[in-house]
Design a protein around this ligand. Structure first.
Ligand code: PLP
Length: 440
């Protein structure tokens, strides 16, 4: 046995986006999950207020999904989709295509949201080249945008900490301003009234760089990781109009807004705005097996395929693209969404969710409450000279009191499974209220 083997040591696992030293000094462990709850080693139930990480939309351990994965593993553990195919990858792509906005029905598989973002950016560049416009190479992201952690994603993304320290990034990138405007929009229910004009910044970037150099704009319909930033009324429509006017592709990163989070299949449906490329991951198979995807418009797909002068039309893909277990889980997940009518359920519950969240307006430390669909954002006044500490304390105390929340900066981001009951909404809100009262 290796000398370094230490049973139960927490040392070897370098944890993602986690204060490793603090966690390992005071770990929070989870060993089981079911429905709306996680369970700790001592058997304590913790209500999941964030669907894992915006991903377990149908709730934990849905039997139909578990069984589908078990069956798939026994039948076909792995097959490449390079020069060979297996039925579930085609079938799942067809089902995903059925869910997409009209003609956004060509599906590229990935294994995560980060890979989906980078794949979408590469498809956008390949499309511009295929149609004879290789000079359209610039990619426009947005301040406070999050598109995962790969180089494309952090380049177009707008979170300083995720970018600094990693070199010069992908070239030819610029950013729109974020839309967060707490002085005008604090405590808005649903989409804020003010801020449609933030989309007009694209005109300035066009004036600066010229549209003939810009390939695509990428935004999250609702920015999640940078703290639940709900788009102002009319903003996404304006952005669509400007992209169309200047012959620029619009990419929606729907990694968190997809699969019913807003009470509609995708944000695109909810806002009535159609992108040219749409990325997804997370809830695609209820987060049971790592998977993501990009939906491309037929026009983009057909142009790239037709322009190719090599047998392989697009030099991109992963060993695990369309993994049999992930596809089987995805097919079962879509059935669960349909059978349990979960998108409609989220839509029905959204007003109750909104009322409950906004009752925190008067809670201690709260400077803003935002919501859309089954998403909630509660912004706390940062502790003087110690940003994020108040939110981290809130997170820890909520966990101790049996509620799992997510914090990003000094913002609490909530996104429960779509199966949540009203009493559980109340439990999240009342726990938060009590914790905020108790902490400094
Ligand atoms: C909008 C968006 N894009 C991309 C990602 C990255 O996904 P992943 O962590 O699966 O790579 C996330 C993750 O939270 C996200 O919210």
């Amino acid at each position: 046995m290796s000398q370094t083997y230490r049973p139960n040591s927490l040392d070897a696992f370098w944890m993602p986006f986690t204060p490793n030293r603090a966690f390992k000094a005071d770990p929070r462990m989870i060993i089981r999950a079911e429905g709306m709850h996680y369970f700790t080693p001592d058997g304590r139930a913790v209500l999941d207020g964030t669907a894992g990480l915006w991903c377990v939309a149908a709730g934990h351990a849905q039997p139909k999904i578990t069984e589908a994965i078990q069956r798939a593993a026994a039948e076909l553990d792995y097959a490449t989709n390079l020069n060979m195919g297996h039925p579930s990858a085609f079938e799942f792509a067809n089902r995903l295509a059925d869910l997409m906005p009209d003609r956004l029905d060509r599906i590229v598989y990935t294994n995560s949201g980060s890979e989906s973002a980078d794949s979408a950016l590469k498809i956008a560049l390949a499309y511009q080249r295929a149609r004879g416009k290789p000079g359209k190479y610039r990619l426009i992201g947005r301040e406070r945008g999050y598109h995962g952690v790969n180089f494309g994603g952090i380049s177009v993304g707008g979170i300083a900490r995720n970018r600094m320290g990693f070199g010069p990034m992908v070239g030819g990138v610029d950013h729109l301003p974020h839309t967060h405007d707490i002085t005008r929009n604090a405590f808005t229910r649903g989409q804020p009234k003010h801020g449609v004009e933030y989309a007009d910044a694209l005109e300035r970037l066009v004036a600066l760089h010229d549209a003939s150099t810009i390939a695509a704009v990428i935004v999250e319909p609702v920015a999640g990781s940078a703290g639940v930033l709900v788009p102002p009324q009319g903003y996404l429509r304006r952005l669509r109009e400007l992209c169309t006017k200047h012959d620029i592709l619009l990419i929606f990163d729907e990694v968190i807004t997809g699969f019913g989070r807003l009470g509609a299949p995708f944000g695109s449906h909810y806002f009535g705005v159609k992108p040219d490329l749409l990325t997804m991951a997370k809830a695609i198979n209820n987060a049971t097996v790592p998977m993501g995807a990009v939906a491309a418009s037929r026009e983009i797909h057909d142009t790239i395929i037709a322009a190719s002068d090599t047998p392989i039309e697009f030099f991109h893909g992963y060993t695990m693209s369309g993994h049999p277990l992930a596809c089987a889980a995805g097919l079962a997940t879509l059935e669960v969404f349909r059978e349990q009518n979960l998108f409609e359920r989220a839509h029905q519950l959204a007003p109750y969710w909104e009322d409950a969240l906004h009752s925190l307006r008067s809670a201690r430390h709260v400077i803003d409450v935002r919501n859309l669909g089954l998403i909630g954002g509660i912004e706390l006044e940062p502790r003087s000279g110690k940003p994020t500490q108040r939110a981290l304390d809130t997170f820890r105390k909520c966990f101790e009191r049996g509620v799992f929340i997510r914090v990003t900066g000094d913002i609490i981001a909530l996104s429960p499974p779509l199966i949540i009951e009203k009493a559980q909404v109340d439990q999240i809100v009342e726990t938060l209220r009590d914790v905020l009262k108790a902490i400094d």
